[in-house]
Every structure is written in structure tokens, then in C-alpha cells.
Design a protein around this ligand. Structure first.
Ligand code: NAD
Length: 246
């Protein structure tokens, strides 16, 4: 990765930035001069991630974070107030926090369903709502990255709740993009296949030899941010180049 600071003076909010894809994106942005604010579920991982992101930061970028529950609207409002105080303005928002509960439909509990939709869909709406209010006040608008999944177009057995949340997320994100592209609001849905993180059973090491690395998703975000404003990539499908043969 290059160490140029093309994002110097820019600011970003990343949900679920304590590990995995969110942490890699936060590091990638900070290493190119962007100030970042992250959230995660609890204080200790947030503090550890902030320290790790600071280690990669360049160009005087500021790094901060707080625990927040993205599935709770009041918590999201508080998180954005914190980000306002830390950053002064928000240019980029990465809707990354998400969970996967993988069970046969008959085994899904109401709580499993509510948790999945509550974070992967309701939470994305809460974050987007807070982001849009701010972007619309800024002449430069803003950029929203929605971390979706190939599960937003490929249903699979055991994926009913997760598929529903990610199919819904793509529908939401593409309508949102059409609603606000004239307002200088850019929206890209990034749809990865298997990424080596703690998200999947077996953790980040299982399949690390063939899965997408979180840093690759970060590099995609950075590439999109380099595009001229006249062009918008609305959907990116990302898959392992050589998954194990079935
Ligand atoms: P991960 O489990 O490693 O990290 C999830 C992050 O979200 C953590 O920082 C966690 O603290 C945070 N989080 C969880 N619940 C939260 C809540 N209620 N409020 C705030 N933060 C919360 O997962 P990951 O693999 O990095 O996944 C990130 C995103 O990428 C998710 O939206 C996931 O659906 C998507 N995705 C992952 C894969 C994959 O194979 N890992 C593939 C496609 C899409």
C-alpha cells in the first residue's frame, strides 16, 4: 500500500471498527491522512483498536472511538454527536457493523431474527439517517459505504435471517443512492464473499489461505475514494479468486 496522504483533511466514521473489515478500513483511511472515529460493542476492544489505528495513521490524522450499539437509535445519535465533537464534520461513513446468525429457518428464534435485522438493516438506516443530515448541510456532500455481502444476492441454506438482512440492505442502499445522488451524496454497496475475519465460525485463520483479506476490502474503499466525482460505482461484488473446489 502507498503511504500518500490523499485523504488529508478528510474525516470518516466507521461502525464496527474494532476488528475485521471495519478495522482494516479504518487503518487504510488513517494511513492516507483521513481522521477516523470508530465504534464497537465495548470499551476495551475500542481502546485497543484506536491504538492500533493510531500506529498506522499518517498526515496528522486524528483517531478516536467509543462503544456504541448500532442497533439502538439513541446510541447511534450519541455516537454521531461524539464524532461531531472529535472531527468537526463528517465526509465518509462506513456502515460496516454486522452480525451473522446461521440457522435453519425453523431453528431461528425471534431474538435471532430481531438481532440480525436490528443491526444489519435497522442499524444501517439509523447510521445513514444521521449521516445524511450532516452531508446535506455540507456543500461537499459525503460518501456512504455500505458493507453488504454476496449473501445480498445469493441465498443459501441456513442463511434466512442473514440473507433477508443483506438483500434488504442492497434494496435500501440503491434506493438511497437514487434519492440523494443529486445532493452530492455518493453511496457504494460493497458485497464481499468470504473474508478472513472472526465473523465466521473457525475465526480469522480458517481459510485464510484462500479467503479475501480484510485489507483487500480496505484497498477497494481507497480506490473508490480516488475516483473523480463524476463517476459513481454503486455496487461492487468481491469474491475469492480461487475458493476450494466443491
Ligand atoms: P467481525 O465480526 O470480525 O466484526 C464485526 C464488527 O462489528 C466488530 O467491530 C464488532 O464490535 C462490531 N459490532 C457487532 N455488533 C455491533 C453492534 N450492535 N453495534 C456496534 N458494533 C457492532 O465481522 P467482519 O467480517 O469484519 O464483518 C463486517 C461486515 O462485513 C458485516 O456487515 C458483515 O456482514 C460483512 N461481511 C463479512 C463477510 C465475511 O466473510 N467476514 C463477508 C461478507 C460481508
Amino acid at each position: 500500500m502507498t503511504s500518500d496522504t490523499f485523504l488529508k483533511g478528510k474525516t470518516a466514521v466507521i461502525t464496527g471498527g474494532t476488528r475485521g473489515i471495519g478495522l482494516a478500513i479504518a487503518k487504510g483511511l488513517a494511513s492516507h491522512g483521513c481522521s477516523v472515529v470508530i465504534c464497537g460493542r465495548s470499551q476495551k476492544p475500542v481502546d485497543e483498536a484506536v491504538a492500533a489505528i493510531r500506529d498506522t495513521a499518517n498526515g496528522g490524522s486524528k483517531v478516536a472511538g467509543m462503544p456504541a450499539d448500532v442497533s439502538n437509535y439513541e446510541s447511534v445519535v450519541e455516537f454521531f454527536r461524539y464524532a461531531d465533537d472529535e472531527l468537526g464534520g463528517i465526509d465518509i461513513v462506513v456502515n460496516n457493523a454486522g452480525i451473522g446468525i446461521f440457522k435453519k429457518t425453523s431453528e431461528l428464534t425471534v431474538e435471532d431474527w430481531r438481532q440480525t435485522i436490528g443491526l444489519n438493516l435497522d442499524g444501517v438506516f439509523y447510521v445513514t439517517k444521521e449521516a445524511l443530515g450532516r452531508f446535506q448541510k455540507q456543500s461537499g456532500g459525503g460518501y456512504l459505504f455500505q458493507i453488504s455481502s454476496l449473501a445480498a444476492k445469493n441465498p443459501f441454506a441456513g442463511g434466512a435471517a442473514y440473507n433477508a438482512s443483506k438483500f434488504g440492505l442492497n434494496g435500501f442502499s440503491e434506493a438511497l443512492m437514487l434519492d440523494h445522488r443529486q445532493d452530492n451524496v455518493r453511496v457504494t454497496s460493497i458485497m464481499p464473499g468470504s473474508v478472513s475475519t472472526e465473523f465466521s465460525p473457525g475465526g480469522s485463520t480458517k481459510g485464510a489461505d484462500w479467503k479475501i483479506a480484510p485489507e483487500d476490502i480496505s484497498d477497494i474503499v481507497l480506490s473508490l475514494l480516488r475516483l473523480p466525482g463524476r463517476t459513481l460505482v454503486s455496487r461492487v461484488e468481491v469474491r475469492p479468486a480461487k475458493p476450494p473446489k466443491a
